[in-house]
Write a protein that binds this ligand. Structure first.
Ligand code: OGA
Ligand code: MN
Length: 211
């Protein structure tokens, strides 16, 4: 088994992750990406930022789409297959994770979409759901963090609001993976005192037919 494959996660760990997701609506895995791949992806994200390739993320869809930094302040770039060997390795790992989620939870996930996200100090993303009102295809949300040596006092937590449970703050520590159910989990990104780099992604199902 190649070392970067989540297949190298033991069956017990796969069960823990999928069990948490099914039972609590979210799951966290601390050393998910190999350290050297995390470094490569962080370097790529920084290089994209320096070259001006990132775009201010918009909120809403269609005609209502607009950049509104008072709601969402990150800069993003959608990944394309073949853009770099590091991104391709990452996408391959997520493909393996897709198969694990389908095998264990029968989620019927068809595809994965993902972008780099770069939050400069002070920027944030207000409480939201990842599923769009007019498109129910996003099923499982993924965030992987790319920040070495993150300290809790630097802020930048992902704050989950699981229904009927206390809020959960998760620091954006490098190589950490967080999964949650896109339809149900309210969440927000708190401001940080340093740059905050991540890959966000969504496993999608084919949209259900109208009616
Ligand atoms: C998002 C998001 C969480 C994070 O991009 O929709 O909620 O921790 N990201 O970066
Ligand atoms: Mn989100």
């Amino acid at each position: 088994m190649p070392s970067e494959s989540p297949e190298c996660l033991s069956e017990a760990l796969q069960l823990l992750m999928t069990g948490d997701l099914a039972e609590h609506g979210w799951s966290q895995q601390n050393i998910f990406l190999p350290a050297e791949l995390t470094v490569e992806l962080a370097e790529e994200c920084r290089a994209l930022e320096l070259s001006g390739a990132l775009n201010h993320a918009a909120v809403g869809r269609g005609a209502a789409q607009a950049v509104r930094a008072e709601i969402r302040g990150d800069q993003i770039l959608w990944l394309k297959a073949g853009q770099s060997s590091a991104c391709d390795r990452y996408l391959q790992i997520m493909e393996t994770l897709r198969l694990i989620l389908n095998r264990k939870l029968f989620l019927g996930l068809d595809e994965y979409e993902s972008h780099f996200a770069f939050y400069t100090p002070g920027s944030f993303y207000q409480t939201h759901l990842d599923r769009f009102r007019d498109d129910d295809s996003r099923t499982v949300s993924v965030v992987i963090y790319l920040n070495p040596d993150w300290l809790p006092e630097q802020g930048g937590a992902l704050r989950l609001h699981p229904e009927g449970q206390p809020a959960q703050d998760i620091s954006p520590i490098g190589s950490r993976l967080v999964l949650f159910l896109s339809a149900d989990m309210l969440h927000e990104v708190l401001p940080a005192t340093r740059d905050r780099l991540s890959l966000a992604g969504w496993f999608r199902r084919r949209p259900s037919l109208p009616g």
